[in-house]
Design a protein around this ligand. Structure first.
Ligand SMILES: [Zn+2]
Length: 375
């Protein structure tokens, strides 16, 4: 099953429909109906299926079908054809997160073997790697249901250790509108690139302050909220005072930290620059646009879903991670969620991504125990 799933090039920019069709047909062969939820382009889809009594909450196993690009990465083998070397399976998505999906699908005959007292739901999403986009429409469909999944396990690579919290992520784009002038007459222009640079430096200083003063949670690595600017675009020629500049920045915040406060501080600073800009050109200024928000995940060890994941994995402790997942969005929708899956995030997104076969075995045991548990 891992072999088959990895062979679909589901890089986020590509359509994932071939994989979704394969899974739908596979489930249909076992007599299991799927709901397929297409995006507005019709090129991408989520899939949702329920095995067992639909009038009960049950446990949702959830994974994203997309993978990150292999562009510019030096692979020793074809990334879309698995290769097994020294107890490791190599391939794009082997750890993030097609092996988990493969195990949850391969176990379908076991779910069906005897009637389940509680349902097991399966969910596949699209476009997780580009900001947890796809899952949102699936969650919208689940939200109003009287019997939505009671608990959710997302099999992102955690080495089968239950992860109860992750940082939230928030992305913004700032458009700086300046005023064009000949570069010999800088006093007649409003340099959009320079004002952008002032804001970026301000963000950098806030990032330094977060690092030095917290808040801190040592379970995260790094243990504080991070802020960074990822893209800057502006200017047309060195002898023209640039009229436009835009930059994209991102915050990865601790669940208890407030990203709105960071944005407000930046906007407040930007407002102090306005009189100087508008004295030259009334139309000069800033516009902020939120481009992506992923809610943080924050569960407690005592939560039912966490207790379940600990029992199934045999782990006696839990962890927190800095990468965002769909878990925050499920939690926000009232579906308690834990992250627990095979493979390591260390291997994810890299060339020669692999998963240790032992991890797959542990994942199988995890699912077998789940089946016993919901019987
Ligand atoms: Zn992932």
């Amino acid at each position: 099953m891992i072999d088959r799933l990895v062979a679909f090039d589901t890089t986020s920019r590509e359509s994932n429909l071939a994989l979704i069709d394969f899974v739908r047909n596979y489930l249909e062969d076992w007599g299991v109906k799927s709901e397929v939820v297409y995006d507005s382009t019709g090129r991408k889809a989520n899939l949702f299926a329920t095995i067992g009594p639909a009038d009960q909450g049950g446990v949702l196993l959830s994974g994203h079908s997309d993978v990150v690009p292999v562009d510019g990465q030096a692979w020793d083998s074809d990334p879309f054809k698995i290769e097994t070397r020294s107890q490791k399976i190599y391939g794009r998505g082997s750890s993030d997160m097609k092996s988990f999906i493969a195990v949850m699908l391969a176990k379908v005959p076991d779910y069906l073997e005897r009637p389940l007292a509680k349902p097991i739901h399966l969910a596949l999403s699209h476009d997780e790697e580009v900001g947890c986009i796809g899952i949102r429409s699936l969650i919208e469909i689940l939200k109003p249901r009287a019997e939505k999944p009671r608990l959710c396990i997302i099999g992102e690579p955690t080495l089968m250790q239950p992860v109860i919290a992750h940082k939230g992520s928030r992305r913004l784009r700032c458009h700086v509108h300046g005023h064009e002038a000949h570069s010999s007459l800088t006093d007649r222009g409003v340099n959009a690139v320079e004002y952008a640079a002032e804001l970026i430096a301000f963000l950098k200083n806030m990032a330094r302050r977060k690092r030095a003063e917290g808040p801190f949670d040592s379970a995260f690595d790094p243990p504080y909220t991070t802020i960074h600017t990822g893209i800057v675009t502006g200017g047309t020629a060195v002898n023209i005072v640039p009229k436009e500049c835009r930059f994209d920045f991102e915050m990865r915040h601790l669940p208890e930290d407030d990203p709105d406060a960071i944005t407000e501080e930046l906007k407040h600073y930007a407002a102090t620059l306005l009189p100087e800009m508008q004295a030259v050109a009334a139309e000069a200024g800033f516009a902020f646009e939120e481009t992506n928000v992923v809610a943080p995940l924050s569960a407690k060890d005592s939560d039912e879903v966490v207790q379940l994941a600990m029992e199934l994995s045999g782990a006696n402790s839990t962890g927190k991670v800095s990468f965002a997942t769909e878990g925050g969005l499920y939690q926000e929708a009232g579906i308690p969620t834990v992250i627990c899956g095979p493979g390591s995030i260390e291997q994810a997104h890299k060339p020669n991504e692999f998963i240790a076969i032992d991890q797959i075995r542990q994942c199988e045991i995890f699912i077998d125990r789940l089946i016993e548990r919901v019987r």
